[in-house]
Design a protein around this ligand. Structure first.
Ligand SMILES: NC(=O)c1ccc[n+]([C@@H]2O[C@H](COP(=O)([O-])OP(=O)(O)OC[C@H]3O[C@@H](n4cnc5c(N)ncnc54)[C@H](OP(=O)(O)O)[C@@H]3O)[C@@H](O)[C@H]2O)c1
Length: 253
């Protein structure tokens, strides 16, 4: 049976001063829909949503179990993405599970290219945190602040994701973080050893294209020994799609 609904769901606010640093990071789970060839969008980036209605429901069910939902700048710039919890029944589910009605939203943008006019900033239901670096354009960061974002510098030229995640845990009490791509962000998290679980929907499409993004792009690893090893936890076919859940073998805590 589900947990009893709380009449006072928690709200997002930074932890009070004096809140103890735990040094722990949130549990990180990734969700991605791929074509049968591993692509996550077309090469021209026009199409990136090709899952069934069941897959969209799956995404909202996963968001309903996350304190925060995170995406890279290109993903946020590429469409009408709010990173929010969606319809009321998912918000109710969140409250029943003891989470805030609306999840915290996180955008990763090394140089600040994320568009302040992007859909994610047009909806004020929960804070949007932009994780960035000192090398980002300061005027762009100011525009993002004016758009309502909370800007957090997490490194000089590259984002120190471990530090960023520990900060999210400590300052925003993020225990479960859902990452929704794209490929460059996913790759950085895999290389840092910070992913615990991968939810993969394999869709019955071949998208192709050398320049089409895949589940993990970025720089990748040079040797197989450095690759992220996965263990299959479940495989559920649904019509033509396959819903896979992999657990990462020995993620870094
Ligand atoms: N099928 C699916 O499930 C799915 C899911 C998500 C996305 N997509 C699609 O995938 C495409 C986007 O993927 P993508 O790989 O091009 O982009 P992405 O990972 O969404 O965003 C890349 C941008 O995010 C920032 N970023 C990523 N990794 C970073 C790091 N380690 N440190 C600092 N900043 C970092 C940088 O922003 P700055 O340029 O500002 O420095 C970088 O240019 C879109 O077409 C999207 O629609 C599909």
């Amino acid at each position: 049976m589900n947990k009893v609904a709380s009449s006072n769901p928690p709200k997002h606010k930074p932890a009070a001063k004096g809140h103890r640093a735990s040094g722990a990071r949130p549990f990180v789970f990734l969700n991605v829909a791929i074509g049968a060839d591993g692509k996550i969008a077309t090469a021209n980036r026009v199409v990136s949503s090709f899952g069934s209605a069941r897959d969209k429901k799956h995404l909202l069910e996963l968001r309903a179990r996350a304190d925060a939902v995170m995406a890279g700048a290109n993903t946020v710039n590429s469409g009408r993405i709010t990173l929010g919890p969606g319809p009321r029944r998912y918000r109710r589910l969140r409250v029943r599970l003891g989470l805030a009605e609306y999840n915290l939203r996180i955008v990763v943008s090394r140089s600040g290219t994320v568009d302040p006019e992007a859909e994610v900033f047009r909806h004020r239901f929960s804070p949007v945190v932009v994780l960035t670096t000192r090398s980002a354009n300061t005027e762009r960061l100011e525009q993002l602040r004016r758009a309502g974002a909370i800007v957090r510098i997490c490194g000089l030229r590259t984002i120190n994701f471990r530090e960023a995640l520990c900060w999210l845990r400590k300052e925003w009490r993020v225990r479960r973080l859902l990452c929704e791509g794209g490929g460059e962000l996913n790759d950085a998290l895999f290389r840092a050893g910070l992913v615990d679980e991968v939810h993969l929907t394999v869709c019955p499409k071949i998208i192709g294209g050398r320049r089409a993004p895949t589940l993990a792009d970025g720089t990748g690893v040079a040797h197989l020994t450095a690759s992220t090893r996965l263990r299959l936890s479940s495989a559920r076919p649904n019509k033509e799609e396959m819903f896979l859940l992999y657990r990462v073998v020995a993620p870094k805590r």
